[in-house]
Design a protein around this ligand. Structure first.
Ligand SMILES: Nc1ncnc2c1ncn2[C@@H]1O[C@H](COP(=O)(O)OP(=O)(O)OP(=O)(O)O)[C@@H](O)[C@H]1O
Ligand SMILES: [Mg+2]
Length: 323
């Protein structure tokens, strides 16, 4: 499989400034040593609790967040060595879709204006070409021509997310980062948007980075899944392996929250207790040690690396062969 992104030893931290309420200083360690290859035409999901660094990881991959160290290779080229034109192409090729389409769509613009804006910014001026592209992209996302003269508030949540997807697609990108794109929608609408993304991936040869805290959504859409905890990837494998044979105790705990249609056929896991610890002071040992039911002495002192346990199944835990 051909790689579209190669991410090596990526770190992102945010300085904490003194404020009226606190005189604490230091850093929030949002992404801590991520190594990850992303393949062309796959849907890679990133899952984990709120605050574990999913959005920061995705934004730093797209160069929208400054990294502190590490390397990001896009189509075999280091993004730090991009020329001005290559940077512009990279922006065009990698588009974002957010959780809340209402706040990401300008309420004063009608759909035609919303969709033509990226074209104008990229120097496309021919009116016929613009109209053709706008109608084509509306068709791709399942909206009809009458949508062009309407405003965002005239649409339902699911339709607004279709418009946001259309805007992301209008410049023919290669990569879509969808950051919790269905979290704000009803379950029935969630399924429609997920099916649309699956269809678009095939039709347009897209690579999709899909961010979610909801494993039942991820179960439907992903080819592979990366599980994050405190800014690290702690398990990385195919969707089927993750759901049938999770290795990391944290993944098992996350899976305990996924509703099963036929629970007797499935392994059950103990739910997770407590909250994600602070990302201000990272522990020396395993980051999950403070919440792990199986914790041993080694976990508190030695940091585990992400290792390959079987073909395309990586996890970082000292105890995998024991639990
Ligand atoms: N611009 C910023 N300045 C300071 N801290 C930030 C900034 N962006 C994110 N953080 C912090 O970095 C950590 C990771 O945040 P991030 O938004 O990436 O998590 P997330 O997994 O996407 O969470 P959620 O599921 O809630 O969207 C959090 O502790 C967050 O508070
Ligand atoms: Mg987020």
């Amino acid at each position: 499989m051909e790689k579209i992104f190669e991410i090596k030893d990526l770190y992102v931290k945010f300085p904490i400034g003194e404020s009226f309420f606190s005189n604490e200083k230091g850093f929030i360690h949002a992404v801590n040593g991520v190594n990850l290859d992303i393949y062309k035409n796959e849907i890679l999901s990133i899952v984990g609790e709120s605050g574990c660094g999913k959005s920061t990881l995705a934004r730093s991959i797209l160069n929208l967040e400054e990294k502190n160290s590490g390397t990001i290779i896009f189509n075999s080229k280091n993004i730090d060595s991009f020329s001005k034109t290559e940077k512009k192409d990279f922006r065009k090729n990698c588009q974002l879709i957010f959780q809340n389409p209402f706040s990401s769509l300008n309420p004063r613009m009608n759909i035609f204006e919303i969709l033509k804006e990226p074209l104008i910014v990229n120097g496309i001026k021919n009116k016929n070409e613009i109209k053709k592209k706008v109608l084509n992209v509306l068709n791709l996302v399942g909206l009809d021509e009458s949508a062009i003269s309407k405003f965002p508030h005239e649409f339902s949540g699911g339709q607004r997310q279709r418009i946001a997807i259309a805007r992301a697609l209008i410049l023919n990108p290669k990569v879509i980062v969808a950051d919790e794109p269905v979290s704000a929608l009803d379950v029935s609408i969630q399924a429609q948007i997920i099916n649309l993304l699956l269809e678009l991936k095939e039709k347009l040869n897209l690579t999709i980075i899909f961010i979610s805290h909801d494993l039942s959504v991820v179960k439907h859409i992903s080819d592979r899944v990366a599980v994050m905890y405190l800014g690290e990837i702690i398990e990385l494998t195919t969707k089927n392996k993750l759901f049938s044979d999770p290795l990391h105790p944290y993944t098992k705990a996350l899976l305990s929250a996924v509703p099963q249609i036929n629970p007797t056929n499935h392994k059950t896991y103990e739910p997770l207790e407590g909250e994600l610890p602070s990302v201000k002071n990272l522990p020396n040992g395993c980051f999950f040690a403070s919440r792990c039911k199986f914790v041993q002495e080694i976990c508190k002192t030695k940091h585990p690396n992400l290792c390959e346990y079987s073909d395309s199944h990586k996890a970082s835990c000292h105890l995998i062969n024991q639990i």
